[in-house]
Ligand binder design. Sequence first.
Ligand code: MRU
Length: 365
Amino acid sequence: MKIKGQHYRTIWVKENEPGVVQTIDQRLLPFKFEILDLRKPEDFEWAIADMIVRGAPLIGVTAAYGMYAATLSKQSRHDIQKVAESLKKTRPTAVDLFNSIERMTNAIKTASDPVKQSQIALSLANQMAEESVDGCRKIGEYGLEIIKQISKKKNGEPVNILTHCNAGWLACIDYGTATAPVYLAHEEGIKVHVWVDETRPRNQGSRLTAFELGEHGVPHTVIADNTGGHLMQHGMVDMVIVGTDRTTRTGDVANKIGTYLKALAAHDNNIPFYVALPSSTFDWSIRNGIEEIPIETRSPKEVKYMEGWNGTEIDDVLLMPYSSKTANYGFDVTPGRLITGLITEKGICKANEKSILELFPEQRT
Ligand code: MRU
């Protein structure tokens, strides 16, 4: 997608320097635009843990390049495995991280020498990036049909779509998951308008989703996190589309904290609630999201302080009595029963095991 009219992906191998991977520092957006070089495996661990990159699909691909970096700097299998274990500790909820490291580990094992090891690792990491772009584009095409139907019912009046956090191209490699149908609709001239939940505490909605929609000219309005229910009661939301960090084989979805409350409000108001995801975000090994999905807790500082632009630089301000305790749960689980449909690269299905396995029959046990 584009920033100031120039096409970017979120991560790429530097031209003429195959040992360097570049990414956009998302901690600074939308106030500053900086590209960072990642070289050593520790750079990739830091980039994921510190949320320079974030969003489940991008975390997965970054980890894949981290494994490639490991093959360049640490050539014994044992040392590469140690990097894999460290990468796995960076973010616990996004399952793309674990799926991607497993694919990389299995591929690296097939290499007969260190040179081949790196070649295989680079080629698979690049392939995963391409798969993500292709998958998001297909999610966009399937989701577009839903937007078209709503637009038709509204006689071309703008389709109001609410989204939470950033499941946009910045969370993936290109297009995004939740945003892909929106971008395709906008490109086709279908009128859309996006309600963007600010998404405290890190404000991925107001900082990242608003930024990327704005760069593409998609009409949008940022709202405080608790506004969605009110808008839904007043007919101001036609559909909700969110992303996910981990989806069980039964269709329970872990996404950014606050997603569950939007799903409840949508259910109460008969508003379609869709979750967009590539198949890399399924955790095929679990059935009960609430009991089995590990929920990340992050630094209390993210709740206690708000980060923003003070006119000169990015700064923190204290939001509460310094001595007050805070809790910072990163994700919550929305049960499949509250979800209208899962939009995947293979098509749209209901959020239940039977329907999911019809799209992914290879996952039948
Ligand atoms: O903590 P983050 O910013 O990594 O959380 C991101 C989300 O919750 C996204 O909605 C999710 O990863 C889906 S991204 C396509």
